[in-house]
Design a protein around this ligand. Sequence first.
Ligand SMILES: *Cc1c(COP(=O)(O)O)cnc(C)c1O
Length: 443
Amino acid sequence: MLQYSPELNVPLSSQFIIPKNSDIGATLREDKESSCTYLCGNSLGLLSERSKGLVLEELRIWGSHGVVGHFSHPLDRPWTKCCDEVHPLLAEVVGANEKEVVCMGTLTNNLHLMMDSFYKPTPERYKILCEAKAFPSDQYAFTSQAVAHGLDPETAIIQISPREGEYTLREEDILEILDKEGPTIALVIFSGIQYYTGQWFPMKSITKKAKEQGCVCGWDLAHAVGNVPLSLHDWDVDFAVWCTYKYLNSGPGGIAGLFVHENWHKTERPKFAGWWGHELATRFEMPPKFSPIAGAQGFQQSNPCVLAVASLLGSLQVVKEAGMMPALRERSLQLTNALESFLVKSKYFVPVDRVSYSTDFAKPGFTIITPTKPSARGAQLSLLFLPTGSGVMRKIFDALVREGVIGDEREPDVIRLAPTPLYNTLKDCEHAAESLERAFTTL
Ligand SMILES: *Cc1c(COP(=O)(O)O)cnc(C)c1O
């Protein structure tokens, strides 16, 4: 019998605004005004009271001060320096020093910027190594970068797929490809956590092997940042990019971030300069010659959206007060393990190894394709519905919404459920599992 600590029913922060059953179409719920069971922080994190307050303040000051707010701000957050409070917190979240991180732009934009600096194919070393079925935006970026260098993506991009009958990648298979093909690979770029399967790749060992082979190693941390503890500096990662609207709750389309390792700060200067990357001391004198800030912040191009930065800052402050990543991870492990333990008790659950080696699933059911080892996953569990391609997933998903459970569907057969440690509780996990059980009876 698993023992759960009572604190798991107390959100670490009561500061989040959780959508209500009545607003999300939970028609089967009588408690219309109660919070829904929101297990979708992997896709869009929720609004914190803190973020809301900070954004409203900036709106008010924009109204009262106009352009004056850039330099003289009644709350001492002049917009020219609006990222000053964000950078140290962001650095702590990803395990970096402050000069190595910057809050800027959007994820795919930043990925292109970083690839432009760090993907430098030569006739001998020109390949990109990545996971098969990476998030589409990343695939498009890799392909278009290869094409921009005059390469054929078919030969320039190596995509690693799981073994036959398996859903996630094995560490030894990734390392073996690096051993074999290392000298032809210019760039190794994986997602920290795979968006579809929820697999947390062994970032440290992949980075180490990539570097031993003379490759540059970058990471897309969209699903990892704010979800699992990271040590980008110590792992010797060359660069990383991320968005902040998933586990970092900055709001839809929020401002993104990137990391450039200190090792590169002397040699890798921003190629596509913009005024916001120019040293603050002389930025507003508008000198004709670009003189970048040393480190990641020199890559900034435009002045950032203050509202977006304020929203991110609010969430980061909540993360900090909750004890930062070590505390969040501890709670996250408990919540995700609890959700898993409720789900595997279902009479519709099929262990993943049974699904892999057999195709005769006539009756509706589900398996979990996320690794069972906690060190190989973050908050999210990916449920694969059976029989695959039968439309069961869609029906279950709709039934879950009627029960007030918001997960996230990936056609054709997967629903992702992510108890996020900042605002989810053990009750959320229990309710999701019970609702799933009832959903099967409606098929
Ligand atoms: C969420 C996500 C994106 C989204 O990209 P944007 O540029 O923020 O629209 C890209 N890649 C991955 C891996 C993601 O998880």
